[in-house]
Design a protein around this ligand. Structure first.
Ligand code: DGJ
Length: 586
């Protein structure tokens, strides 16, 4: 290693001072959701970057570090009062909260938005963004959220019938009256959100309905449904399938191919007899309905909208056991054809994380996980979602109680809450959000060794112009354990109170030529150039961070004694977030 001092100094002041300020500024501002009046034209929207699709809020990419409230928490402002501080404590920057159709339209055409207004106001005052769920025609395969005036009028608002002609408490997706009543109310809500939030952008995305589909049978057998099922597959759908024939989801294409790739005919003629075709038929009708509702809302305020999915367990999907017609992976083409105003098809992902995350990122579908685990498992999944699947956001369900898997341990002797791996991981992702967002979709972010890494074998990975060799554990730290004790958070000499790290986050991000961010430690890193002919490797900058009051902040710029005047490879003596730059010189 060659160390021409003058080069380092010049290099440091020039390069790193701008970076750290912008990051502090960005960290201080962007993802913490500070709300400022921005131009109406710049409403939340989706934007491509490489292979990723990102949510843009106030003109900047936004990494949604979310949690979903229990279904009805946001129907009472009083109930929410003690909840908001918990959400901030968990380092969320956005909350998924329900809006009840019954609550906002107690009488037909009469709207009361006082509760959603209060929720928006409170979110704003806690520096949180909102993702609203339109609990309306459907919730978990049933219809409990429509207003009573609608639910009582069975004639005007028909229900689904299942085998044996039994009518169930589920609005039929084949009824225009059901659809139009929902669309009118949703349009009123979106018109109102634009009025009260069109400049502040507290509300950044909308979920339209919740886990739609028919339970108890593979399709609706109401008179209108039977007539449609015995009729021809709509030309609109056939045109879409023919246009996208070569890029259809493989398992769906196989179904159409098995029936001979017919371009017209009844549902069973085109897709073959069986519950699979019942499900395709329901997927089309739900997609048409939900798509129409989304379209009515977007005509008022076109922010991004998604539909969530009740996933099947194990490998076999049984339409009717899981809601038949929901946006499951094998009918994504039907949903795209039927609901072009739905931007994202989203999985409620409690089990089989990696397989379903992969299925929900096919053919360009952006990944947003509205419901998932919390705790250490949830933290790992959130990291994988953002790092391996370029997710827009992750959300643990029932966040106000710590969420599934997020059972909190006993408080410390001094009453301090036990470390929460989910909250700790969100603090890391919040600090690094600008860098992660900058690098999503570019293949420049890598997850490192899993958690128990103190004695893990060294790991080598080629990233950018260097091969990084990472040695884990105090040993790997070149014997300088005195600098800090393993798994203590962001503690350099003279650091704050010791907090034990329980976050599974272990990352490296190649944020530019010779620029690397690391999450982890204790470990040390050596850099082997891919192009040795360019000369020896020189350590440019080496920054640590500190964990202060539950948040990461920029720490010391390590040099001199702490790096043996840059004559030693970076040693990350304690768990933390580190930035370092290297370059080569003849
Ligand atoms: C999935 C639903 O979408 C949520 O609203 C909630 O009912 C959970 N299931 C409960 O586990």
């Amino acid at each position: 290693m060659e160390i021409p001092v003058h080069t380092i100094v010049k290099f440091r002041t020039l390069f790193c001072s701008t970076l750290v300020c912008s990051l502090a500024l960005a960290a201080g501002q962007s993802n913490s959701g500070s709300i400022s009046a921005t131009s109406a034209a710049d409403i939340p929207h989706l934007q491509k970057q490489g292979t990723a699709t990102q949510l843009i809020v106030d003109g900047k990419p936004f990494l949604a570090l979310s949690g979903e409230l229990f279904n009805n928490s946001a129907t009472s402002l009083e109930y929410m009062k003690p909840v908001w501080p918990k959400l901030v404590e968990t380092n969320l920057n956005s909350v998924v909260a329900g809006v009840s159709w019954a609550q906002i339209e107690p009488a037909e055409g009469k709207f009361d938005f006082s509760v959603p207004d209060g929720v928006i106001q409170e979110a704003r005052s806690h520096n949180l963004r909102l993702i609203l769920i339109w609990f309306a025609s459907w919730k978990n395969g049933l219809s409990s959220y429509p207003p009573d005036w609608l639910k009582k009028d069975f004639e005007r608002f028909p229900r689904v019938r299942i085998a044996g002609g039994k009518s169930i408490e589920l609005l039929s997706p084949l009824s225009d009256a059901n659809r139009d009543a929902d669309a009118r109310a949703f349009a009123a809500l979106m018109r109102h959100v634009k009025e009260v939030d069109g400049r502040q952008h507290t509300v950044v995305m909308i979920q339209v309905e919740n886990e739609v589909g028919v339970l108890g049978d593979s399709r609706d057998r109401s008179p209108a449904a039977n007539k449609a099922f015995e009729g021809p597959v709509p030309k609109e759908l056939m045109d879409y399938l023919q246009k996208h024939k070569d890029t259809l989801i493989p398992e769906f294409r196989q179904v159409w191919e098995a029936a001979g790739f017919k371009t017209s005919g009844t549902w069973e003629e085109v897709f073959g007899p069986g519950v699979g075709t019942d499900e395709i038929f329901m997927a089309w009708n739900y997609a048409r309905y939900v798509g129409r509702v989304a379209e009515a809302g977007k005509a008022e305020y076109p922010i991004p909208m998604y539909a969530n999915t009740w996933l099947y367990g194990g490998t076999v999907n049984q339409p009717g056991r899981t809601p038949s017609g929901g946006p499951l992976p094998h009918v994504h083409d039907i949903w795209r054809a039927g609901a072009p105003h739905i931007d994202i098809l989203a999985p409620d992902l409690y089990n089989d994380f990696e397989p379903f995350a992969a299925l929900y990122t096919r053919s360009g579908n952006p990944l947003f996980i509205p419901e998932g685990q919390s705790g250490a498992e949830g933290a790992s999944r959130a990291i994988s979602a953002f790092v391996n699947h370029n997710a827009i956001g992750y959300s643990a369900f029932g966040i106000e109680s710590g969420g599934p898997g997020g059972r909190r341990g006993a408080p410390g002797d001094d009453g301090t809450p036990p470390p929460d791996p989910f909250a700790q991981t969100y603090a890391i992702l919040d600090y690094l959000a600008p860098v992660i967002l900058d690098n999503q979709g570019k293949g420049t972010i890598v997850s490192l060794q899993p958690m128990a890494d103190t004695n893990a074998a060294p790991q080598s990975l080629k990233l950018g112009d260097y091969t990084l060799t990472i040695r884990y554990g105090a040993g790997g730290a070149g014997g300088d354990a005195a600098l800090g004790t393993p798994l203590q958070l962001g503690l350099g000499r003279g650091g704050g109170a010791a907090v034990t790290n329980t976050s599974p986050a272990r990352l490296v991000i190649n944020s530019g030529p010779g620029d690397y961010w690391f999450v982890g430690g204790p470990m040390n890193v050596t850099f082997t150039p891919a192009f040795p002919e360019r000369g020896g490797v020189v350590l440019g900058t080496f920054d640590e961070t500190l964990f202060v009051n539950g948040r990461w902040v920029a720490g010391r710029r390590l040099n001199g004694d702490e790096t043996r005047n840059h004559m030693r490879w970076p040693v990350m003596a304690a768990f933390g977030i580190y930035y370092c730059s290297v370059f080569q010189r003849q």
